[in-house]
Design a protein around this ligand. Structure first.
Ligand code: HSE
Length: 357
């Protein structure tokens, strides 16, 4: 099973994926999963395609040299088109030399666009979709999943929640058999990083700039600080867990900008920590309630000591009680790892289907 990938968006996450594919070539070969990148579309870069595969080194050179396509243009079979619009990208997505569309453009929490159009076009043309983009999944998870089923392909989005730290796949694999009745999590790396820096005595604006420089923040960091990013993740988790049909409007949301450094330091002196918590519960009558809000957590709480860019989620389960998963919540390569893990699962599923055919 070989996969030919189209990378839609060539920012930090998809660049991180190219680095990982290069570093993990041997492992991928051994796993029977040769992967090539046959197309890349990005507003800064244009549209690059080569049905035989674009060189990973040339792509990394391009990213390192301010999106200069010189190295790519010298590769036999590679074509470069600089000026592109949505229609060009949609045409590329439908090309017959693309099997999997990896959507990692910026998240628009309101419309989900243009990522939503990219995902719809891919699924409609029978391409598997792997995305780390929260917008399309939070806004249209049910209709996208239906489109995938109709066209016999897979929709995967492990990286939309807690970047490469496995959460969604735990729900669909190792936690099967448990009834999960609720969760509470620290689901945004940027705001958790900023809270930690404030506790250490740094200024709010400087801490946000650091998080941006480290590649954690959204294109508009207000989404991290005012809670919209966590709101999207709560929607995705609740809908994945319970097919709850939740929308952003169902999740009251308050971010961290109302907290002051002195509030945070006073809490820490008393042994507590302020955290931005996204949570949801399914009630006995089947209804789901959810919220995003800062909470002052006492020592001993499962989320109290989750520091910096780390994220964590605690699931309430019937059999096991509280299960907490913790790990990186943001970062280029960390998020790219989620794409790699989705690719490996996709390959295993395809191998199983072939074996049954
Ligand atoms: N801006 C997000 C965060 C990226 O800081 O958590 C991962 O979704």
């Amino acid at each position: 099973m070989a996969f030919r990938l189209a990378l839609i968006g060539f920012g930090g996450v998809n660049q991180g994926l190219v680095e990982l594919l290069k570093a993990k070539q041997d492992m991928l070969q051994k796993a029977g999963l040769p992967v090539s990148i046959t197309a890349v579309a990005d507003l800064r870069l244009g549209l690059i395609s080569n049905p035989q595969g674009i060189g990973l080194d040339a792509l990394l050179d391009c990213a390192a040299n301010g999106f200069s396509t010189d190295a790519l243009q010298h590769e036999p079979g590679t074509t470069v088109q600089h000026e592109i619009d949505l229609q060009h990208t949609l045409a590329l997505i439908s090309a017959d030399y693309v099997d999997v569309v990896v959507e990692a453009t910026f998240t628009d929490p309101n419309s989900g666009e243009p990522a939503l159009s990219h995902c719809r076009a891919a699924l409609t043309h029978g391409k598997h979709v792997i995305t780390t983009n929260k917008g399309p999944i939070a806004l249209a998870q049910r209709s996208l999943a239906q489109l995938a089923t109709e066209h016999g392909v897979q929709l995967k989005y492990e990286g939309a929640v807690m970047s490469g730290t496995p959460v969604l796949r735990q729900i669909s694999t190792t936690l099967r058999g448990c009834d999960i009745t609720g969760f509470a999590g620290i689901l945004n790396g940027t705001s958790n990083y900023v809270l930690e820096r404030l506790a250490q005595g740094h200024e709010f604006d400087a801490a946000v700039k650091e998080a941006q420089a480290l590649g954690y923040a959204e294109a508009n960091p207000a989404a991290d600080l005012e809670g919209a990013d966590v709101q999207l993740k709560v929607v995705i988790l609740a809908n994945t867990l319970w097919d709850a049909g939740l929308t952003r409007a169902d999740v009251p949301c308050r971010g961290i900008s109302g907290l002051t450094g002195s509030d945070i330091r006073a809490a820490r002196t008393a042994g507590d920590n302020w955290k931005l918590v996204g949570s949801a519960s399914r009630h006995a009558d089947g209804t789901v309630s959810a919220s995003v809000e800062p909470r002052q957590l006492p020592a001993g709480h499962s989320l109290h000591s989750v520091a910096g860019v780390s994220n964590a989620i605690s699931f309430e389960t019937d059999v096991l009680g509280n299960i907490t998963i913790s790990g990186p919540g943001a970062g280029r390569v960390e998020t790219a790892f989620a794409i790699l893990s989705d690719l490996i699962e996709l390959a295993e599923q395809a191998q199983q289907q072939e074996a049954c055919a």
